[in-house]
Design a protein around this ligand. Structure first.
Ligand code: CP
Length: 337
């Protein structure tokens, strides 16, 4: 494993290996001394051209828990604002001796360019590029589903939720991903990873918030949330943020109009009535940040079946696993994920 750029490049075995490694990392986090010496002497650069709370902090935490040195680079306040190019920024990081570059960028494909242009020797991890991909978010979502739905995945056999056998995938799991699919790199990443792991995904969105070509994705598509909840009975429902900043009417000149909030919530919001129709074992997910009262009600976000805060915590274990697999020398296949 050389880089982590897209879930479309990850095989089932590679995904399971990352999830199994993350489970081992999570087990170390319950200990009094959480820090592992694994990446001592290595340097991880968080290169963030777009805002982030969860992803940036959890990559920093993950790298520090593996004893790596961490450099946080935010485009705001850097020489990027003076017009410095991605190439010259990359060459600067190369001169600093970066071993891994974790890149978030508003332009789809920027991490691929960093990985393939020959400017860097470092491993590149895509931390979210435009509307394209956010692979570690999908991995932490899969990790969370695997942990919470282990009993269900085992066919109902009694099994503690946290006792997930190594090597298991998500075969047969039903997942509904609901909302602004058009602008969502989380949806794109999840659809491909979940399909690879054997889950069945239904995307639910208004026609105006679905991308051209969605029919070719490995999932079903519905415009009707209530029908999906009734007919599919998902084991996990993942609500997507309505990305106002990428829509016209928000000053960005984006590709879709901001929907009427009341109508959107009525048709696509996870409100208490819809929450009550979920199967007893079903979990509620959201990648964050949430628009409470728009795509998800406070009752749903804070309900006992919500795993939204746990998703954030699981992000640390998954990112520890990714950095470990990229940097520890355990790169026998040398593949680009
Ligand atoms: N889920 C996610 O990517 O959140 P941040 O934008 O806060 O990193």
């Amino acid at each position: 494993m050389r880089h982590l750029l897209s879930t479309q490049d990850i095989s089932r075995d590679e995904a399971v290996r990352i999830l199994d490694t993350a489970a081992q990392m999570a087990a170390t986090q319950g200990r009094e001394i959480k820090k592992l010496p694994t990446l001592r002497g290595r340097t991880v650069v968080n290169l963030f051209y777009e805002d982030s709370t969860r992803t940036r902090i959890s990559f920093e935490t993950a790298a520090k828990r593996l004893s790596a040195d961490v450099i946080n680079f935010s485009a705001k306040g850097s020489s990027v604002s003076k017009g410095e190019s991605l190439k010259d920024t990359a060459l600067t990081l190369q001169a600093m001796g970066a071993d891994a570059v974790v890149c978030r960028h508003q332009a789809s494909g920027a991490p691929h360019l960093l990985a393939n242009a020959g400017w860097l020797d470092a491993a590149v991890v895509n931390a979210g590029d435009g509307m394209h991909q956010h692979p570690t978010q999908a991995l932490l979502d899969a990790f969370t589903m695997r942990r919470h739905l282990a009993t269900h995945l085992a066919g109902g056999a009694a099994r503690p939720d946290d006792d997930v056998a190594d090597g298991t995938d998500l075969a047969g799991l039903r997942v509904a991903i609901v909302g602004d699919v058009l602008h969502s790199r989380v949806a794109r990443s999840n659809v491909h990873l979940l399909a690879t792991l054997g889950a069945h995904v239904t995307l639910v969105a208004p026609p105006t918030l679905l991308p051209v070509g969605v029919q070719t994705w490995p999932c079903d598509v519905s415009f009707d949330l209530d029908a999906t909840l009734r007919d599919v009975a998902p084991d996990a429902i993942m609500m997507l943020r309505v990305q106002r900043e990428r829509m016209s009417g928000s000053g960005s000149g984006g590709g879709a109009f901001f929907p009427n909030p009341l109508e959107y919530t009525r048709k696509y919001g996870l409100d208490p009535r819809r929450l009550a129709t979920l199967a007893p074992h079903a979990i509620v997910m959201h990648p964050g940040p949430m628009n409470r009262g728009l795509e998800i009600s406070a009752e749903a976000a804070d309900s006992p079946r919500s795993v939204i805060v746990e998703q954030v915590g699981n992000g640390v274990a998954v990112r520890m696993a990714v950095l470990y697999l990229l940097l520890s020398g355990d790169n026998s296949e040398g593949t680009t994920l």
